[in-house]
Design a protein around this ligand. Structure first.
Ligand SMILES: C[S@@+](CC[C@H](N)C(=O)[O-])C[C@H]1O[C@@H](n2cnc3c(N)ncnc32)[C@H](O)[C@@H]1O
Length: 186
C-alpha cells in the first residue's frame, strides 16, 4: 500500500465526502446509532442532511460541542456512554448502527458488536468504517488497527450476515457492512 498519493491531512480532507457516503449507505434507516461519535459531526450531518433520528454515543464527552448543540429536539442527541453496554437502547430499536474510526480504539470490540447486534432490528445494518492496518493512520498515529479479515470474522462471529469488507479511499479506509438476519431466518 503506497502513501505517496496522500498527504497527512488526508483523513480530515475526506471526512465530508465520507459522511456523504455513509449517509447514502444508511439512507433507508430512520433510527441510527453512531458508536464512538467523537465531536458528533456525523450525528449532526445525518440528522440535518438525511433527516434521520440519530443518537451518538461516546465514552467521553470531551469532544462534544457545547451543550446546546448536542441536541436538536428529538432529531439527534449525543450521550456520554460506553458503547459496550447500551443500556438506554432497547432490543431492535435501531435501523442502522455505524461506528467510524473508532472500533480499533475500543477496549472491547466484540462486546460493542454484540451490543450493535442486540439493538439492531431484524434486517438492520451495521457499518464499521475504520483505518486498516498498514494505512496512513499507522504512520500518523501508530495504533493497533484491524486487518479486513479480522473485522469480517468479528462481524460474522457476532451473527451478522452478508458481511462485506473492502478498502476505499485509495486503500486508506476500511468499509465493512453486515446485516442482522431477518427474524424468520434466525
Ligand atoms: C478516533 S475517534 C473517532 C471519532 C468520530 N467517530 C469521527 O469519525 O471523528 C474514536 C472515538 O471513539 C471513542 N471511544 C473509544 N472507546 C469507546 C467506547 N468503549 N464507547 C464509546 N466510545 C468510545 C473515543 O472516545 C473517541 O471519541
Amino acid at each position: 500500500m503506497s502513501h505517496n498519493a496522500v498527504t497527512d491531512d488526508f483523513y480530515e480532507t475526506i471526512k465530508p465526502r465520507l459522511h456523504r457516503r455513509i449517509g447514502r449507505e444508511v439512507r433507508v434507516a430512520h433510527r441510527v446509532l453512531d458508536l464512538g461519535c467523537g465531536s458528533c459531526g456525523l450525528v449532526r450531518y445525518l440528522a440535518d442532511a438525511c433527516k434521520q433520528q440519530v443518537t451518538g454515543v461516546d465514552i467521553t464527552s470531551d469532544s462534544f460541542p457545547s451543550r446546546r448543540h448536542t441536541s436538536n429536539g428529538s432529531r439527534y442527541h449525543c450521550l456520554k456512554h460506553d458503547a459496550a453496554s447500551l443500556g438506554f437502547a432497547e432490543d431492535g430499536s435501531a435501523d442502522a448502527v455505524v461506528t467510524v474510526w473508532a472500533l480499533h480504539e475500543m477496549a472491547k470490540p466484540k462486546a460493542i458488536l454484540q451490543e450493535a447486534y442486540r439493538v439492531l432490528r431484524s434486517g438492520g445494518e451495521v457499518l464499521v468504517v475504520d483505518f486498516p492496518r498498514g494505512s496512513l493512520a499507522q504512520r500518523l498515529w501508530n495504533e493497533k488497527y484491524f486487518r479486513p479479515p479480522q473485522v469480517k470474522a468479528l462481524l460474522e462471529g457476532e451473527g451478522f450476515e452478508q458481511v462485506q469488507v473492502r478498502l476505499i479511499e485509495q486503500g486508506q479506509v476500511m468499509w465493512a457492512r453486515g446485516y442482522r438476519p431477518l427474524a424468520n431466518q434466525t
